[in-house]
Design a protein around this ligand. Structure first.
Ligand code: PLP
Length: 395
């Protein structure tokens, strides 16, 4: 009977919790579970980056930093954005936060008023809708189609546009679908956003993990108009295997960055000091480990996608980026295996876990019940073993 906040009570628990908690309990009980649930690289942070973190600790760089981040890191981010993304920013356009999730939260808190709408494509990354709700906004969904590589179109955007539309979230490459928007598609979205004066929150956290020779393009790079409306989100977690260091960053118009910095100064203060020094090395130092990790991810993706498509009853598109595959299981709907009838992605995930000892994330967590999500941020050995088990259950 506690009188808790309406806002707090509106936030959903993670649908994936049941599955991941169960997988962990099984592992703890000594059961050999293969997990395809990972949302982080299975590699260690590269040595050169580790060393900089250690150096920062040893040199006493262990105190508060400026709330929006150290100037060395802001400069490194500007240099990176210039070299890799063809974007010109000054340190005053940058705020460093405690992970890209925190960057998105600060962004939404800075731009949303109660009732403002933010357009989100389904399947979405689990945190977008909840972050929008926490910030007082309303998520508005666009259902995408597998045939269109899970990408929304301009006509989809026109369909959901209202006087309350404040922003769209663009996540290319995408978690969970791995899709990448082409230059033409991005240009069309940019024109639409400029025409309607809508912010684009461009979550580019998976930009380095693109395959088949694809190239990531930042939507902010086309012209000044779209650059002014774009809030570029990125971070160290995925490209540099630094999920635990908690460093994300935002590049945007100074007016937006100022509000975000003020907010951050009263909530989390600065992001972790030594992580910031390590991140400077990450962005400016030797990039060969990123390329090496990417090579592994691409090999695993190829093997996983080909194997899934060889299993009767399952299918998938070969994703172009990130490290996830959305597996369509709808041919299995209504079938009963080992006493479990498959009526939903939760049922299928439950069957795979309980009977196959394989943990996957049910698509409902991303707003689309027709799929399960498999992560290939795990060893080839695990992938072979896990897919073998799935094949056995399904066929
Ligand atoms: N954006 C997307 C699409 C993600 O998948 C993730 C992590 O899973 C994040 C942002 C946040 O990453 P971090 O907060 O570790 O920087």
């Amino acid at each position: 009977d506690f009188k808790l906040s309406k806002k707090g009570l509106e936030i959903s628990p993670s649908v994936t919790l049941e599955i991941t908690a169960k997988a962990k309990a099984m592992k703890d009980a000594g059961i050999d579970v293969v997990s395809f649930g990972a949302g982080e690289p299975d590699f260690n942070t590269p040595k050169n980056i580790q060393k900089e973190g250690i150096r920062a600790i040893e040199e006493g760089l262990t105190r508060y930093t400026p709330a929006s981040g150290i100037v060395e890191l802001k400069k490194a981010i500007c240099e990176k954005l210039h070299k890799e993304n063809n974007l010109e920013y000054k340190p005053s356009n940058i705020i460093v936060s405690s992970g890209a999730k925190h960057s998105i939260y600060n962004t939404l808190m800075a731009i949303l008023n109660p009732g403002d709408e933010v357009i989100v494509a389904v399947p979405y990354w689990v945190s977008y809708p909840e972050l929008i709700k926490i910030s007082g906004g309303n998520p508005v969904y666009i259902e995408t189609k597998e045939e269109n590589d899970f990408k929304f179109t301009i006509s989809d955007l026109d369909h959901v546009l209202t006087h309350n539309t404040k922003a769209i979230i663009l996540n290319s490459p995408s978690n969970p679908t791995g899709s990448i928007y082409s230059e033409e598609e991005l240009k069309a979205i940019a024109d639409w956003a400029v025409k309607n004066n809508i912010f684009v929150i461009s979550d580019e956290i998976y930009e380095r993990l693109v395959y088949d020779g694809e190239k990531h393009i930042s939507i902010a790079s086309f012209n000044e108009d779209i650059k002014n409306l774009t809030i570029v989100i990125n971070g160290m977690s995925k490209a540099y295997a630094m999920t635990g260091w908690r460093i994300g960053y935002t590049a945007a118009h100074e007016d937006i960055i100022k509000v975000m910095s003020n907010l951050q100064s009263h909530t989390t203060s600065n992001p972790c000091s030594m992580s910031q020094y390590a991140s400077v090395e990450g962005l400016l130092g030797d990039q060969s480990s990123v390329e090496d990790m990417k090579k592994h991810f691409e090999e695993r993706r190829n093997y996983m996608a080909d194997t899934i498509n060889s299993i009767k009853g399952l299918s998938c598109r070969k994703p172009k980026g990130a490290f996830y595959i959305m597996v369509n299981y709808t041919q299995l709907l209504g079938k009963t295996v080992k006493g479990i009838t498959i009526n939903s992605s939760l049922d299928f995930a439950k069957l795979l876990l309980e009977e196959g000892k394989v943990a996957v994330i049910p698509g409902i967590a991303f707003g689309d019940d027709k799929y399960i999500r498999l992560s290939y941020a795990t060893s080839m050995e695990n992938i072979k073993k896990g897919l073998g088990r799935i094949k056995e259950i399904v066929e």
